[in-house]
Structures are given as structure tokens and as C-alpha cells.
Design a protein around this ligand. Structure first.
Ligand SMILES: [Zn+2]
Ligand SMILES: [Zn+2]
Length: 364
């Protein structure tokens, strides 16, 4: 295995290190204090490509979280801002910035990734990352900081297809709640508590980000097949603990993947264009349900949200009166040739135009 020195901008330049850099394509999900620091350290490693994903813009409060967010950057998208800094620093690396949530990224942008660095701050986002990366067989290195400013944190390696995922670490009831929230077709809206119990401080974020990049890249180079966690605490006394996580019998993400093909969509293609004409039972199975009709409980207004159901459940608002009390009337998860949505393009119902769509032949 090549030796890595993540503390220095110049690696020792062996042929092996040049080879890993040439094929390393990293994804950073979340550009807060932790994600910005992970991004900075990955730039120093100068991989082939870095994709950074965050839906938010830089606010005044972010200036205290990372040196990379300077006063002049307020109002810019976090992902675009970081990618612009990266292009200046490491012109040989390709940068891509997406201002959206991870679950709204088209999988054509993700499929080539070597490793996803999960720097998000809630369990729902972590589970959405686990769901997508499991299907794409991409390993995830996740990190979080202890709540209430404690000098503690942890980094977990989730091995692509072979090992335990984030869902395996959750209590079964919490896992069920989150899966329902993200994947159930139709349910009445309610705001779920999605916090993961972690808060971010810049100094601990920097320390944990260093550990996340070092551990993640080493595990990726070693093709580590077991899921492993490092927990670190500096107070009340310095402790370091590592443990492996087995696949949980309660985690449905490890059921065998169904018989499906993945079809790359191209701009302008409708769902009908994506379904082969040769099979009567073929259908597109969406990775998340999308809300196609909702009703406001306050003013009875009905509309077509065309967003993932989880987005409507998290922060949906009535377009007429702004109320958050919403009923989901209808959603779509499966589209066959006879579906009312068959003539739509993915964008028309809120999906990314460059997704890899799952094609099912079994009629399930
Ligand atoms: Zn799992
Ligand atoms: Zn309303």
C-alpha cells in the first residue's frame, strides 16, 4: 500500500502514489465546518476529481466556522465557493459543485466516485447517503462531532457493498422511522426530528476532519471490507477507541439487490423513452418517492409539489398561505408505460436529468 502523508502538500511522488491520485474521485457531502475542512485537506492531496455537495448559501454565522468562508463570500453557494477556491489551488484537479441535497444528485455524477466523505449533521442525510452508496457500491467515510461543544468525535468507515452501513448502527426503531420518512409512498406530513446529536466547532472539526481524510483514504487504498469506527475524546481524559460494526439483521439495506438494470437518462428523454419496448412488464422504479399532489390543511389549496416526499415532509409549505400542515394526496414511485407520468421528463417531476434510473422487469 502506498504511504500517504496527509500533513504535507507534497507526497513522495512514487509511481504508486501518482497512480492512486490519477484515479481518486472523492465526494464531500456537506460543506459546514467539518466538510469545508475535509475539502481543504482533499485539495492538498490533489486527486483527479472532487465533487462537493451542499444545498446552502454562506451566511454571516458561517464565517466563524471555517477560514475558507471569508466575509466577501457571504451569499454565495457553499459548494460553488469551495470549488472555486479548489480550482485556484489545484488546477490539475477537476472540481464539480452541486447546490442541492445529496438525495437530489443525479447518480451519473456519483457512479464514478472512489469514496464519499459524509460531513452531514443529521441521521436522515446519513441514511440517504447509505441507501445510495449501497446501491452504487461506493464506500463511505462518515464523521461527526460530539454535542454541546465536547472535545470528542468519531469517524466511521462503511465498506461499499460488503460491510455494515450507517443504518446498521441505528436502533431498529430509529432505523424504521427514518426509512419510512425517506421512502414511504404516501403518509400524512409531520416534521421529524432528524438531528444526529452532533454539533460542530471549528477546532474539533479540524481535528476530526484530519482523521476522516487520513482514515478514509487509507481504508480506501487498502480496500477494507469491514466497517470500522474510531472514537476519540480529549476530555475529561484522552481516549481513543476503535471497533468494528457487523451487518445488522434489522437493517434492510443488506437484502440482495433486486434484478434491475440502471439506465442513464439524457436531457429531454421522457420516462417512456427510458423503458425498453421489448418487455411488457418493464418499469422505472424511482429511488425515492416523489410527491405529485398535496393539500393544505389550513386553506385547502391543492398543488403539485414535484419534490421528493422526504423534502415535503421536512420543510414543505403551502404555496398559497405558507402553512406547514400538509396532507400528501398522491406520490409516484413506479412508472411503467401506462403511467400518467410516462410522457414526462424526469425534470418535470423534480428528478435530476442525469440520474441512473432503475429498470425492473419482474413487475414488482
Ligand atoms: Zn446496514
Ligand atoms: Zn394553505
Amino acid at each position: 500500500m502506498p504511504r500517504l502523508d496527509t500533513a504535507g502538500s507534497r507526497l513522495s511522488g512514487t509511481a504508486l502514489e501518482a497512480a492512486w491520485r490519477a484515479r481518486a474521485e472523492f465526494v464531500v457531502v456537506g460543506a459546514g465546518a467539518l466538510g469545508a475542512e475535509v475539502f481543504r485537506q482533499l485539495c492538498v492531496l490533489r486527486p483527479a476529481r472532487i465533487l462537493v455537495i451542499d444545498p446552502d448559501r454562506i451566511e454571516e454565522t458561517d464565517l466563524a466556522k471555517s477560514w475558507l468562508f471569508a466575509p466577501g463570500s457571504v451569499g454565495r453557494g457553499k459548494a460553488c465557493h469551495l470549488a472555486a477556491l479548489g480550482r485556484e489551488y489545484a488546477p490539475e484537479t477537476q472540481f464539480l459543485a452541486l447546490t442541492c441535497e445529496f438525495a437530489d444528485v443525479g447518480w451519473q455524477d456519483l457512479a464514478r466516485a472512489s469514496l464519499v466523505f459524509s460531513c452531514v449533521d443529521n441521521d436522515l442525510a446519513r441514511l440517504e447517503i447509505a441507501l445510495a452508496c449501497r446501491k452504487l457500491a461506493i464506500s463511505v467515510c462518515d464523521a461527526g462531532l460530539a454535542a454541546q461543544g465536547a472535545s470528542a468525535g468519531r469517524v466511521s468507515w462503511f465498506a461499499g457493498y460488503s460491510g455494515a452501513c450507517f443504518g446498521c448502527k441505528l436502533r431498529p426503531q430509529r432505523l424504521r422511522e427514518l426509512l419510512l420518512f425517506a421512502q414511504a409512498d404516501v403518509r400524512s406530513c409531520s416534521l421529524a426530528e432528524t438531528g444526529g446529536g452532533f454539533s460542530l466547532t471549528p477546532t474539533m472539526a479540524s481535528l476530526i476532519a484530519s482523521l476522516q481524510v487520513d482514515f478514509g483514504v487509507r481504508q480506501w487504498l487498502a480496500q477494507a471490507s469491514e466497517s470500522e469506527t474510531i472514537e476519540i475524546a480529549l476530555t475529561p481524559e484522552a481516549t481513543l477507541r476503535t471497533f468494528t460494526t457487523p451487518i445488522s439483521a434489522a437493517c434492510p439495506l443488506h437484502e440482495p439487490l433486486p434484478d434491475e438494470l440502471r439506465i442513464p437518462a439524457k436531457p429531454g428523454m421522457t420516462f417512456r423513452d427510458l423503458i425498453p419496448q421489448t418487455s411488457a412488464q418493464a418499469a422505472i422504479l424511482l429511488d425515492w418517492p416523489y410527491s405529485t399532489r398535496a393539500r393544505c390543511l389550513a386553506c385547502s389549496c391543492e398543488w403539485q409539489p414535484f419534490v421528493r416526499c422526504a423534502v415535503l415532509r421536512s420543510r414543505g409549505r403551502c404555496p398559497a398561505c405558507g402553512a406547514s400542515a400538509i396532507i400528501e394526496v398522491d406520490s409516484v414511485k413506479v412508472i411503467d408505460r401506462d403511467s400518467p407520468w410516462a410522457e414526462c421528463t424526469p425534470e418535470q417531476i423534480g428528478l435530476p436529468s442525469n440520474h441512473l434510473f432503475a429498470l425492473r422487469f419482474s413487475g414488482q
